[in-house]
Design a protein. Structure first.
Length: 202
């Protein structure tokens, strides 16, 4: 099973201001956990818990995929296992726990190892759609599901949820950009007319 800590332990370690009351039933990770790939069972410890982690920070920026930076002891137990393409599972905050990040850079120094990773949602960014998408009035979930159904490289494990109630017409053209553009491009006035979920559902 995954190594976890209770809400009370997190409050003791990080302060009550970092833990929302609504999250009292959430299970927080005591340490980030390393996996071979994104499909590996997240109810296990995978390759192992990264208990020699010195720091682990997640940055969440509007209309960008979250990123993680982890600093690990150079002589840590799993130091040799920190490799590009592998997955680190970490909490992003009380509202988003057990999130997976794909390692895209491993930098070693005399004292430690710095690992940079991008949320696995970013895996979809360089995919493409194989057909036009035209929906006269659709929710953001309907639009996302339409994109997913037309991916050049299917990604069946990705799930999407939103509380945005806006309905919008959707007109996305095959060849208008990668899926990252279709999801989060700000689509500001004066640029090419590539619609994106971020611009349609604000």
């Amino acid at each position: 099973m995954a190594t976890t800590s209770s809400l009370a332990e997190d409050e003791a370690n990080y302060g009550s201001s970092e833990v929302e009351p609504e999250s009292e039933y959430a299970v927080f990770l005591r340490y980030p956990i390393l996996y071979e790939n994104a499909s590996q069972d997240s109810d296990t410890n995978g390759i192992g818990a990264l208990s020699d982690t010195l720091s682990c920070n997640v940055v969440r920026t509007r209309n960008q995929f979250p990123t993680l930076q982890l600093t690990y002891k150079r002589d840590g137990i799993l130091a040799k296992e920190l490799q590009n393409g592998r997955i680190i599972m970490s909490d992003m905050g009380p509202d988003l726990v057990h999130q997976k990040f794909r390692i895209n850079q491993v930098q070693k120094s005399v004292d430690n190892i710095v690992v940079n990773a991008t949320h696995i949602a970013g895996d979809i960014a360089y995919n493409a759609i194989t057909d036009d998408i035209q929906l006269p009035s659709a929710s953001v979930t309907d639009a996302f599901n339409s994109i997913m159904s037309k991916l050049a490289e299917p990604m069946p494990d990705i799930r999407f949820d939103s509380d945005i109630a806006t309905m919008s017409g959707v007109n996305m053209q095959k060849g208008s950009g990668n899926v990252g553009n279709l999801l989060i491009d700000p689509d500001q006035e004066g640029d090419t007319q590539t619609q994106s979920l971020a611009s349609l559902y604000q």
